[in-house]
Design a binder for this molecule. Sequence first.
Ligand SMILES: [Zn+2]
Length: 373
Amino acid sequence: MRIDDVKIVDPFFSVENGWVEFGEKITSYGKSDKRSDSPLILMPGFVDTHVHGGAGYDFMDKKIDFDKLEKHFFSTGVTSVLATTLTAPIERIHNAIDNVRKRIKANPLSPLKGVHLEGPVISKKHVGAQNPDFILKGNISNLKKIVDGNEDIVKIMTIALEESDDEAINYLQSKGITVSVGHSDATFEQFMHFYKGGVRHMTHFCNAMTPLHHREIGLVGAGLKLGDVDLEVICDGIHLDEEMLSLILKFHPHDRIIAITDAMRAAGLMDGEYDLGGLKVKVKDNSARLKDGSLAGSVLKYNEGLKRFHDLGLNLNEITVISSFEPSTIVKSENPIGRIMPGYDADFVVMDDNFSVLKVFKKGKIVFSQEGG
Ligand SMILES: [Zn+2]
């Protein structure tokens, strides 16, 4: 197959009036002599490493219509997903992992690439919309119960470091799992202990973590200070104030930001009442909240979050870093993803300059087209 007349945007280069040839993988690309006034943009497919569901489904549900859920992801330009679990009894987490594994086997075009374990080792002080009844301590025996036998599919774990010990964190790292601090009450000093041990990732930066105080800069201070830490950022305009977003962009290297949605089941649906891990959530005006007003995930569409980053000043190449290239380092896909280069999976988004998704390709096949289908 071949796509002509597009502006190719890769993390490290752009091609005006470009073309791409591909089968399941990209075979070549180049620049054509033809000129087009407003070429569409072709970018690597987006990689959402923190998302709980959409189109009415949550990855913790016993039964999921994966066709519908995956269609929702594709419609937002997302071609790779880490299914994100919640704090729940271990057998329910295992059930979610098994569902994901089965789906990956059954559908070669599935965007599912593995699992992000969010909890159950979290701080009671920063529980967010997680269910406090099922919190566990971060010791090796608990972590082994969750992870052993699932190393193939667990890519990242969000964990309250101060509730964990070295042995437990070393165990996760030895399994190749990215350790991400989140839902955490860790002090700066506590974080630095694990940073020295290699922890370089923060879950939904600023949300559900120790804030910056001028005598204890906490996790927010650590994230702003340390340029080699990947920061997940929810860019729905609600989880983070626009001024905070611009502060992050001012202090943190743009190539160490990972755009996520943290979307829950109501993403892509109407306002109303929904369930999140047994807790009631009200969705209204693009925000999802518990009864007490706490944010309960987002209903953000990935492409709309990227438009916000663009409006804040990131150029298109920088956008592909936070949407595809950097998150692909967490996914550790067998086939390379996240760039427009020969040998990479032919996962593309074709969009206009307003970030409206027009067409999406997964492994060279059209999986979404704005004109229906
Ligand atoms: Zn989440």
